[in-house]
Design a protein. Sequence first.
Lengths: 149, 421
Amino acid sequence: MTDFSATIAFGLIRRLAAAGTDTPSLYLLISDTGATRAIEADIAAEVQLQLGLGLRSLVAAEMRLDRLEEAFKRDPDRPVTLITLDHWLPKLVTALDRNVVSLTRGGAVLLLANQAIAERLLSAAPNLRNRLSDVLAIRPDEAFGGPMA
Amino acid sequence: MQTATDSKPGAVVFDRRQVYRPFLERLNPIGSQNLLPDEIVAPDHDPRDTGEPPIHVAFANTAELTRGSQMALVGGIGSGKTTELLLTQKELSRHSDAVNIFVDMADYTDLSEISPGAILATAGIQLYRRLLKKAGSKKLPDAVGTAWAKLRELAFGKTKWIDPEAFDPHDDESGADLVPVEVPGVMKLRFPALRGQVVEILGQLLTIASPLLEDEAQLTLLVDGLDRLIRPELFREFAEQDLQALRGTKISVIIVAPLLFLYDKSRFLQDYFDPVKHIPAAAADPRTSTFLRQILERRGALDFMDRAEIATIAKYSGGALRDLLTLARSSAEYAYRDAEDRIGRGHVNAAIKQLGNRYLVGLGNTHRRLLRRLIGHGEFPIENSTARELLVNRQVLEYFKGGVDYFAVHPALTRILPKPA
């Protein structure tokens, strides 16, 4: 596995807080498949705690290509969007790649994928790859030091 | 720097976010359209010829002197094409009769679909908007209003109300017993025939533009976004009808096109555009040019790091503007994470490693062999599809020096590329 900087949801959202959620940014987060749910929950909690905002959460398998503009729409109450790429969907990836400017215009976008999907995404989506603010290996909070007291 | 963040009288709390946030905003590589004019460093010559004016000046001169000219800007992802278009738009605005329409096509239509007429329709929509604003309370000519109504219908579609009793989806008015047989003519068209709908949209666009064209206004359409189609044949399918329709009108077009056109065997670029300008992914040679360092300094880098760190960032960007900003931004984020007020060498090195990893991920054995061949022997077979993929993804950068094009592996990737076992 490529040696990307490792983080947990706390560190990731701290970065977003530093840059400001209105600033367009696009992060690719690589996780183990089994940890996806826990990471989604961690991110939602940190967005609420650190930014005082709600998280807009989308799952790739449920996104409709003919309704992508809804995914791109800016929501002032939820400027951070998490898209979980739970399946490899080449048509969706092409659409996200070609419309990457619209995707990031609404604020911060976090793409969560396992290693295999992340590698395919980076190969198949050159525009998106180019606009990534960073690629991070993300783990659930527990993995870093045991359950929080 | 101290910032008051507490409402209690006299309480002053250090908030490092307020130190870094403005800097990070200025470094955002995906927000160049929001930059202030003094944050853009305009090139002072053509990137491929120091004796020629910069691209934005050359484009503006052509649009001003030859109305209806079609110009193409070819370059890799993140090479600064949008910035060149914005600079061209600014340059063109020096004349009061200039009407410049800047559009990112992805804002108006789904680039996943091929849409002949979409560029013309977008231009018509923007022109009508300008006319409305200019007219204020005055009424626009009836012909313009009628053309706008038709164009809107063609662009966005309409809902027809029909009697459900009379509707038969299987009824083919052209005659159910007839099948079409194509009989090719002897005259081979150099350019494909315009589709009926494109002709119709062009007609409405020209009617909307007529008050401006009659006043001899200088109309320029600057089209961004279609380089994201990556493959030349997709760009051609998307744009050819519209470009052909605009030939012979007095509306100039400046359009960004995918880098791979340069290595395409068709004559599409030569047939449609004059001039064609090429921006290499590397805007400048980081070893000799001060341009890259100026960009960071203009955005306030000296407040956060020493000149040595700026020089290292410039070197490992390989001259690619987007990577320059990404490295500076990542370095700042690492410094913020470490609760440091200044960016040090360690932060810059971490950012370089992270960028290198981004370029490394997804590379198979074939990719790696090509990269090693380029590093070891300076050979890069650009006709090979894997090699082109490396170029599109910026793992390999194109440079131009002394009249010769050459390629090099991105320095951040070179630094972390594993040695063969």
